[in-house]
Design a protein around this ligand. Structure first.
Ligand SMILES: Nc1ncnc2c1ncn2[C@@H]1O[C@H](COP(=O)(O)OP(=O)(O)OP(=O)(O)O)[C@@H](O)[C@H]1O
Ligand SMILES: [Mg+2]
Length: 509
């Protein structure tokens, strides 16, 4: 008998052309919060899919011992029966179903005649919602609540299954600070009730906060497990990338030129509820060679601003004027925006950024097919060559560019999205949360790429929820609150305190 609830020994898992896991060992003590860290593509999600039966016994080598018993799961249901529940990197709730329906999906509460007992379903759901600290009506549809709350619904769903080991794959990647805090506290609260958790995250400060131990994986191998008292960010980073990383942000000396883009009185209304103004008379500009940051809390209207500007792809009630090099332009569609040299790399890579059933090559060329055309056909060799160059320069982890993007790890998908928009060679590039879900080493690469683009004279707008990042890479920052620009500062004056004040400034009422 050991105090470990879980032991994974010598786990090896290969995909065609990729050895995702090579002899990984992982021991998790009963009742602890165990973090797993590693670069994008290191094998973290794969290891958890092996553990939870997504990849069934027989498709990997090695042993899994759970509660002192060797287990050979055939599928997810099998591992759930033992009390192992995984919440995946990409949320899997059904948007059109209610909270309660989602919680009990495939596990419906039925009454005597075999019919679903809705009173009981909603009643039990509200009890579970209370346990995760979510005050929301169980009949509310998933699409009507934010990602932070959806994440809590996922946990409520896990709790409905008498979970012993909860696996969370980057649960806070899409959450703001407040929602992240709530979620992390919930994990600690569940720990108090005896629930063991494994959490995967790229946010090292969070890991320091909640983890009792940290296992670092690099290139499909276990590097080490670090006990809480020995955990430092530097040590994790060194284990992850195999060397010290002295600076988080590359040096950048701006050469700022003429004004490229100017937006005047930009206003957008909510697509469903057009009485709601989500972007309110925004005025801003970007000059050649300049990196401009937009800071704001969740719901400030940053993404809505970017999307409405980019081919008016946010609702239909949009007004304001856009000038490119002083000339007024109209960009009524995404195609028009691209033609005018404006590109937008979205925060939501799954819905808007990538075609997951297409390969890396086509995803990169997708916004620039005109450039690759020869006699009206896409020039295959050229497309292949271009994609390969990006695979190398962006360090996209895949055996070749014919791999479907749906098979890439989360961070590598993000690099494909960035490659696509960089290749489209825009004058103005809007990057929405460009490093979300990206590991520290790759973040540095992406910052370097942003600097390179600025040095070529492009205007860059960066939207990021991570204030240190925004202040680390921008030349000038705007703060957005309730859809309005509440301030604009050169980065030298933009202290975190000054920014937070602007970001929380309310509308005069
Ligand atoms: N279904 C699959 N088919 C082929 N290759 C895959 C598949 N799933 C994962 N891989 C590859 O296995 C490796 C490990 O991927 P995994 O998703 O486990 O990484 P990760 O550590 O979770 O990364 P991230 O931090 O980016 O989420 C990557 O090279 C990935 O491309
Ligand atoms: Mg992953």
């Amino acid at each position: 008998m050991t105090t470990d609830i879980l032991e994974m020994r010598g786990i090896t898992k290969t995909f065609p052309g990729v050895k995702a896991l090579a002899n990984v060992n992982l021991s998790v003590a009963r009742g602890e919060v165990h973090a797993i860290c590693g670069e994008n593509g290191a094998g973290k999600s794969t290891l958890m899919k092996v553990l939870s039966g997504v990849y069934p016994h027989g498709t990997y080598n090695g042993d899994i011992v759970f509660e002192n018993e060797t287990v050979e799961f055939k599928d997810l249901t099998d591992s759930e029966a033992k009390g192992i529940v995984i919440i995946h990197q990409e949320l899997a709730l059904s948007p059109y179903l209610s909270i309660a329906e989602n919680i009990f999906l495939n596990n419906e509460l039925r009454g005597r005649g075999g019919l679903i007992d809705w009173n009981k379903t909603n009643f039990e759901a509200s009890k579970l919602l209370a346990r995760v600290g979510l005050r929301e009506n169980p009949t509310t549809k998933i699409m009507d609540i934010g990602v932070g709350k959806q994440q809590l619904v996922e946990i409520a769903k896990a709790l409905s299954k008498e979970v012993k080991l909860l696996i969370l794959d980057e649960p806070t990647a899409a959450l703001n600070d407040e929602d992240s805090d709530h979620l992390l506290n919930l994990i600690l609260h569940l720990k108090g009730q005896g629930i063991t958790s494994i959490i995967i995250s790229h946010k090292l400060n969070e890991i320091k906060k909640v983890a009792d131990s940290v296992t670092v994986i690099r290139d499909g191998k276990t590097i080490e497990t670090i006990a809480k008292t020995d955990v430092t960010e530097d040590r994790i980073i060194k284990d992850m990338v195999g060397r010290d990383l002295e600076h988080r942000y590359p040096d950048h000396t701006p050469h700022i030129g003429e004004e490229l883009l100017r937006v005047e009185d930009w206003t957008a209304h909510h697509p469903q509820d057009t009485s709601r103004v989500v972007v309110d008379k925004v005025n801003l500009n970007v000059r050649a060679g300049e990196i401009v940051g937009i800071a704001g809390l969740m719901g400030a209207g940053r993404t809505e601003f970017a999307m409405s500007l980019f081919g008016q792809s946010y609702g239909s009630k949009i007004s304001g004027r856009v000038f490119l090099r002083g000339n007024e332009i109209r960009t009524r569609t995404v195609a028009e925006a691209i033609q005018h040299g404006i590109a937008y790399a979205t925060e939501d890579r799954k819905t808007y950024g990538l075609n997951l059933i297409e390969d890396i090559k086509r995803n990169i060329s997708m916004a620039s097919l005109k450039k690759l055309e020869k006699y009206g056909l896409v020039h295959d060799n050229e497309e292949y060559k271009v994609a390969n160059e990006y695979r190398t320069s962006m360090n996209i982890k895949a055996p070749n560019v014919l791999v479907k993007t749906g098979k890439l790890s989360g961070g590598n998908q993000q690099k494909v999205v960035l490659s696509k928009w960089i290749y489209s060679d825009p004058d103005v590039l809007i990057l929405d949360e460009p490093t979300r879900g990206i590991d520290v080493g790759a973040k540095y690469e992406i910052y370097s790429i942003i600097n390179r683009l600025a040095a070529q004279g492009k205007g860059i707008i960066v939207i990021s929820s991570e204030l240190p990042e925004l202040l680390g890479i921008s030349d000038r920052v705007y703060a957005l609150s309730e859809g309005r620009i509440t301030g604009e500062l050169p980065v030298a004056e933009a202290t975190p305190e000054a920014m937070l004040k602007l970001m929380t400034m309310e509308k005069p009422r």
